[in-house]
Design a protein around this ligand. Structure first.
Ligand code: ADP
Ligand code: ZN
Length: 356
């Protein structure tokens, strides 16, 4: 199946969704939501698709902490009680947590029922809902259990973003920035030209960003090679995210941590490869303008490095594996900058906040 052909948006998208739904028995539709998408997004969906008023609503608590076996069990049970069959359809209406859990629950229920993603966050629209990754966390291990399973279709309806809190929009914007940086100088310039992460919540920008992920995933569905470019900003970003979750009362979101990772890994890219000073300065200034400052004390750098080694994506136990950019639009992967340069990049991040 070609992913690019299974993504729909706008008016055409609503028509296509109505069409898909009408292919199923009216009692065969199940909608997975959390308490926020139940409140803000489900009414919009039901208004647009009057044909699904009979659907069974499965409501699970929001947040990464609920990406658990317990949530999956609840979904399987509700599907069973609601007499779902393999020929039923699950609509996953929510952010990345809902698309990850919903995809996994559907892919495993009775050995696999159809599902579609209707992402309602920027992050899910440009990233989580695309690529067929589904799964849950196990204790503190993120995405430890899951399967690759493709949704029947993905629908991008930017009207859902009207109720999304600004901080959530900002988090998704970091992924948009990553996509633009790995895609092309034009994409990067156009995104910056929108002037703010809030302005980037428009269909053209979201679809362009989603297209970057679709293209990469189509070339490498099982993450053997080029898909690693999507990891740009994430080796350091994940470590900072984990550190913040452990130590801060109001931890950084995934995207906020990735934004820091993008600065550090752009710095590394400039030292190891051809990323020019001008672009490095642009990336740093842009993140500095829109994201809050996060203090990385000199004494915490060792712990951050330990977290990077601990991350299962950095496969080599002796060296940290990075995805970087040779210049804007020219990604490279399986690169090993070494500890010293990683330390310097964290210092670079701290230093840019000192410049007035
Ligand atoms: P993400 O897409 O960021 O991985 P989540 O599924 O955790 O993540 O969604 C982030 C938060 O935003 C959750 O609390 C979720 O309930 C809420 N949310 C998702 N979509 C919307 C929306 N359109 N309006 C308001 N809140 C939303
Ligand atoms: Zn990410």
């Amino acid at each position: 199946m070609e992913l690019s052909k299974s993504l729909y948006s706008g008016k055409k998208g609503w028509l296509r969704l109505q069409e898909i739904i009408s292919d199923y028995n009216p009692s065969g539709i199940y909608i997975l939501v959390d308490e926020n998408t139940f409140k803000y997004c489900l009414p919009v969906l039901l208004e647009k698709c009057a044909c699904i008023t009979e659907a069974c609503i499965i409501n699970i608590p929001s947040g990464e902490a609920n990406k658990t076996v317990a949530s999956i069990e609840k979904i399987w049970q509700m599907l069973t009680v609601g007499k779902a069959m393999r020929s039923s359809l699950l609509l996953c209406l929510g952010g990345g947590v809902i698309t990850d859990i919903g995809g996994f629950a559907a892919a495993t229920f009775k050995r696999g029922m159809d599902f579609v993603h209707i992402p309602t966050t920027v992050l899910a629209m440009v990233d989580a809902a695309i690529g067929g990754k589904t799964g849950i966390n196990l204790d503190s291990l993120k995405n430890q259990v899951g399967v690759f399973a493709q949704p029947k279709s993905v629908f991008v309806f930017t009207e859902f973003l009207e109720t999304l809190p600004e901080r959530q929009k900002l988090s998704g914007y970091a992924e948009m920035l990553k996509h633009a940086l790995t895609d092309s100088q034009d994409h990067f310039a156009d995104l910056l030209g929108l002037n703010s992460p809030m302005n980037a919540c428009i269909e053209t920008a979201i679809l362009r960003s989603a297209a970057v992920k679709i293209e990469v995933v189509e070339q490498d569905p099982s993450e053997g090679g080029i898909r690693k470019v999507l990891n740009f900003g994430h080796t350091i970003g994940h470590a900072i995210e984990a550190f913040s979750q452990k130590n801060d009362t109001d931890p950084l979101s995934h995207g906020e941590a990735v934004a820091i990772g993008l600065i550090c890994e752009s710095y590394i890219s400039s030292k190891m490869f051809g990323l020019d000073r001008n672009n490095l300065a642009k990336i740093s200034a842009h993140v500095k303008l829109h994201f809050k400052h996060y203090t990385i004390a000199a004494g915490t750098v060792d712990e951050l490095l330990a977290l990077m080694f601990h991350d299962k994506k950095n496969t080599d136990n002796t060296q940290l594996n990075f995805s970087l950019i040779n210049n804007v639009g020219n990604p490279v992967w399986d690169k090993f900058p070494g500890e010293n340069l990683i330390r310097k990049s964290l210092k670079y991040y701290m230093d840019i906040w000192k410049v007035i």
